[in-house]
Write a protein that binds this ligand. Structure first.
Ligand code: PLP
Length: 395
């Protein structure tokens, strides 16, 4: 059996996306900036994709800016707000300790450029409250950036409430919604959000393409200088095949959203129930405010990397922490932030499901993973120390 359970890292492109991309490359190869009819056909396809995405998000097509992905959208959102704020002497930014590195590393650079950054701590289940945000806002705060849903532990943040606080205080609000869009309802007509990032490959679209939504009137600064594409906010000939593929994938995801949420959340809950039976394990993230597809466990006494390799040999594709941190020996900053003990954070396993997974696959996962964990513990000197009482269990 082969099971793909790493949908938070990336998803398999859906048929609608692939078809849209192939037909775009075959028929709409023109440059949307060209005056001739082949260029204008491409410009029309670009506009259609923009309108389709705007319709899914509940915003205007003129508020959509295409980027090379979620990372670029995050970078542009933060820098746009930071530099606009600096012009008014506002150089303070608020975010959280559990953001994606596209946010955290950009904030590090901005700090080096003289901005001051407050990273809010989160609760044991990964939640940041509107009260925390309100208390952290200062007269010189130019931006609050809080992710919609966390990519590792799946916690969904109270974005509407946090946005309301920012609006009331007149501070720009950005949310990294890369894990949320296409998976849970995101309606910009109702949400008090100024900027939002999304990425095509997290909802069965292609990689290397994303969107920065910027509400009308939000100051935007171009990171890539050149031509006048994207209303002069993002230069470079548009990646039209990827853009139409992303639009097709988002349309499909939004059309089936309610059905998919119910189906995937049911698989998730069965998987959680199955894995919770493993002794000395802990589920990270919030049980209620949780992405439909996210399951994240830490198992004491084993190494996440070893677990991944053995699972891979059994056909299971999963992840430990986030793909960006694997390869480094430091445990995930998100797991540490929600209070998972350092030793236990090394034994983390993230399974991220999508509507393509089946109940049979979940059954296989709930049978196989406990066996593999037991096997690894059987070989682990750390586990022996724990079991024979030379070291205390931490979970
Ligand atoms: C994947 C991801 C990103 C980065 O998106 P890319 O399109 O891969 O650059 C940013 N934020 C979150 C929360 C993500 O999950």
């Amino acid at each position: 059996m082969q099971i793909y359970a790493d949908n938070a890292a990336t998803t398999k492109p859906c048929k609608a996306a692939i078809q849209a991309m192939v037909s775009c490359m075959e028929q709409n190869y023109g440059n949307p900036s060209s005056v001739h009819h082949i260029g204008q056909a491409a410009a029309e396809a670009l506009l259609q994709a923009r309108q389709d995405i705007a319709a899914c998000l509940g915003c205007s097509a003129r508020e959509i800016y295409f980027t090379s992905g979620g990372s670029e959208a995050d970078n542009q959102a933060l820098r746009s707000a930071a530099y606009a704020g600096a012009k008014e002497g506002k150089k303070h930014i608020i975010s959280t300790v559990i953001e994606h590195h596209a946010i955290l590393h950009t904030l590090k650079q901005l700090e080096e450029e003289g901005f001051s950054v407050t990273l809010l701590e989160v609760s044991k289940t990964g939640i940041v409250t509107p009260e925390q945000v309100a208390a952290a806002i200062r007269p010189d705060t130019c931006l609050v950036s809080v992710m919609f849903a966390n990519n590792e532990i799946g916690t969904i943040e109270p974005i509407a409430e946090i946005g309301a606080v920012c609006r009331e205080k007149g501070v720009l609000f950005h949310t990294d919604a890369v894990q949320a869009v296409g998976h849970i309802p995101v309606d910009l007509a109702k949400l008090p959000v100024d900027m939002l990032s999304l990425s095509g490959h997290k909802f069965h679209g292609p990689k290397g393409v994303g969107v920065l939504y910027a509400k009308r009137g939000t100051p935007l600064r171009s990171l890539i200088c050149g031509g006048a594409q994207e209303r002069s906010k993002r230069a470079g000939t548009e990646n039209l095949p990827a853009i139409v593929g992303m639009a097709a994938a988002l349309k499909a995801a939004c059309a089936d959203l309610e059905k998919n949420v119910a189906y995937v959340a049911d698989l998730r809950d069965k998987l959680i129930a199955g894995l919770e039976r493993i002794p000395h394990s802990i589920l990270s993230g919030d049980r209620e405010q949780r992405l439909p597809g996210n399951v994240n466990f830490c198992f004491e006494g084993i190494e996440g990397e070893a677990l991944l390799l053995l699972l891979d040999a059994k056909g299971i594709c999963a992840s430990s922490g986030s793909a960006c941190t694997s390869g480094s020996l430091d445990p995930s900053h998100v797991l540490l932030a929600v209070g998972v003990p350092y030793e236990a954070a090394h034994g983390s396993l993230r399974l991220s499901l999508s509507e393509e997974n089946t109940p049979e696959e979940v059954e296989y996962l709930t049978e196989t993973i406990p066996e593999v964990v037991a096997y690894l513990r059987g070989m682990s000197p750390v586990w022996r120390d724990l079991e024979e009482g030379r070291k205390p269990h931490v979970i």
